[in-house]
Design a protein around this ligand. Structure first.
Ligand SMILES: [Zn+2]
Length: 418
């Protein structure tokens, strides 16, 4: 009878839901003993025991040490078996490739880095990135790969894992990055914008599970990642936060994307390098005239030395970024803004102070009442941690119900062929 099967189905769904919830409570450390799990879920002792037994049989949970006693017998704690799988992250930037391995807990166990120009196209770039991953895997005995996170320096359609008309990545438009990586590594793969990876890294570092945060990257490109209630907000197509090509009032410089007056064409690392070179060619005095080639890092170092040209360029970037961030603050009302990327990082506190000034001048008092504007920690492992956080979210939050019964995730279960 239809009613019977409906009932059975919903009962089974409840069972699965509570099982996954329990695994995730233990995995995140929110509840690790049977009494704590009972309290967190509202389930009876018998049901909790049953679910834990099933989760243990599937290999997700195991008994661990005894917890602190609250009078009677000390309860045994449970632990998530993070060593059963590994995650791979490929963070591909405009001018470098950074790859790493982590456990299911997101701890980085190996990583490698090299300079690389992404404009050499998808075939060569993915081949190099994947061979770097192969090298790490060959050097480290370990568990099977459960998931892969890939970051790219341009807009990505998150659902399909394909870049969409990325301005600085000729040949990458609509390339099936997910498909190629999955074919090579044999594990479910998620592709995201590189700033979103940094935003995930910040979420993992702060354990910001319900925070409203904006991560602004001012490097060779400019972009923002939006964390809304602890979730990365991608928008309808994955383009949310891509602020590099919004127009700056009065700016007339041509951008790499072909448009005129983009934020990136005024405030990014390559814009500063372009203007430093032009000023020196025009005869302006600067310590940068001895530097070849001039890079955003060199401009920042010169700013620290007190070089007038470098300081003026850096201040202009901070001022224009401050205005753009003020708009974001009024639209999004974040609690925290984290500013990262080579331009902002090297210029340090002076950059931050200029941004703060502009944001406070141009935002509503309510939006800035509790607003914190901070520098990112600029740890080279952040994109790896962030990529692992993305994969962990997709595995254990978004798709767990589809594969948990198999004991480990598969491409077929997570991305079934249509
Ligand atoms: Zn542009």
């Amino acid at each position: 009878m239809a009613t019977d099967s409906t009932l059975r189905f919903s009962a089974q769904t409840d069972e699965v839901t509570s099982l996954l919830r329990i695994v995730n409570l233990v995995r995140t450390g929110e509840a690790t003993t049977r009494p704590e799990i009972g309290e967190a879920t509202g389930l009876g002792r018998g049901v909790v025991t049953q679910r834990i037994e099933r989760a243990a049989a599937l290999g997700y949970l195991a008994d661990s040490d005894f917890g602190p006693s609250s009078g009677g017998r000390a309860p045994r704690t449970l632990r998530f078996q993070a060593e059963r799988g590994r995650l791979v992250v490929c963070a591909i930037g405009a001018l470098h490739i950074h790859v790493g391995l982590t456990g299911l807990d997101g701890d980085v166990t190996a990583q490698a880095h090299r300079d690389w120009d992404i404009s050499r196209g998808p075939d060569e770039t993915l081949e190099v990135a994947l061979s770097m991953v192969d090298e790490l895997l060959a050097a480290e005995e370990g568990a099977p790969i459960w998931g892969v996170g890939v970051g790219l320096p341009g807009p990505v359609d998150f659902a399909s894992g394909r870049p969409v008309a990325p301005p600085i990545m000729p040949g990458w438009n609509n390339v099936d990055v997910r498909g190629r990586v999955q074919e090579h590594l044999g594990a479910p793969t998620w592709v995201d914008n590189d700033v979103n990876l940094l935003t995930y890294g910040e979420r993992a570092r702060r354990k910001a599970l319900d925070e409203d945060l904006i991560y602004c990257k001012v490097g060779s490109g400019i972009g923002a990642g939006l964390l809304s209630g602890g979730r990365v907000h991608r928008g309808a197509n994955g383009a949310a936060g891509d602020i590099g090509h919004v127009p700056v009032l009065g700016a007339e410089t041509r951008c790499r994307c072909g448009k005129v007056g983009c934020l990136e064409a005024v405030a990014s690392g390559w814009a500063l390098v372009r203007d430093a070179n032009a000023a020196i060619a025009a005869g302006e005095e600067s310590s940068l005239s001895d530097v070849d080639p001039i890079t955003p890092e060199q401009i920042s170092l010169a700013t620290e030395r007190g070089d007038g040209l470098a300081r003026a360029l850096s201040e202009r970037s901070a001022r224009v970024m401050g205005d753009a961030i003020a708009t974001l603050v009024n639209v999004f009302n974040p609690a925290v803004i984290v500013i990262g990327g080579a331009v902002a990082a090297a210029a340090g506190e002076a950059y931050l102070a200029e941004v703060r000034q502009r944001v406070y001048d141009r935002s509503l008092p309510l939006a800035t009442r509790d607003l914190a504007i901070e520098q990112s920690i600029e740890d080279i492992r952040e994109p790896i941690r962030g990529g692992a956080e993305l994969v962990r979210e997709q595995l254990f939050d978004a798709s767990f119900a589809r594969w948990f019964a198999d004991g480990r995730p598969t491409i077929e279960a997570i991305f079934p062929a249509v």
